[in-house]
Design a protein around this ligand. Sequence first.
Ligand code: VGL
Ligand code: ZN
Length: 204
Amino acid sequence: MKALLIVDVQNDFCPGGALEVPNGDQIIPTINNLSEQFDIVIQTQDWHPQGHSSFASSHQGKEPFETIEMPYGEQVLWPDHCVQDSQGADFHPDLETNRSQLIIRKGFRKDIDSYSAFYENDDETTTGLTGYLRERNIDTLYAVGLATDFCVKWSVVDGIKEGFNVFVVEDAVKGIDIEGSVDQAWTEMLEKGAKKVSSKELLN
Ligand code: VGL
Ligand code: ZN
């Protein structure tokens, strides 16, 4: 069985949002078309409490996009984004969400960020997604959404680590791109065994 995994298509990652991905909203029509072709659609939603440790505003003298050392390793600091119950945390209004069967919220623990749909950034705390997929006999994921170089990449790499076949739909992802991070993300995803496909190959 296969499933479509739609990562973080939320207002704050789209143009005008707090952590906007350039042209992030442009992939939405493609994602909507794709989701009609899948019997199982799963979404993730970045969902931070106010004062989350990944926000630069939570660290004196720090600016967004600087990095700090956390107990679990290096962490990029972000503008406040996807705060629980805010409009920025909502899914983009153009995204078709009715067909989604599961929405995984992540990043809700104040002291750990969570990019991946599978594990938080400590690489230990699980979201439960692996168990859900296994119980539903899903072995193949098609990843789309935002941002290529963070939540998509970490989800893809962890999905492979967990033993799933993972395809990344190249025209249905967009990245933030900090100093070449989109190219690096593609290199890493492909090296780990992800497969690149275009939406054309999937749409009839
Ligand atoms: C994301 C940075 C911080 C993402 C989430 O969805 O890629 N990036 N939180
Ligand atoms: Zn976040």
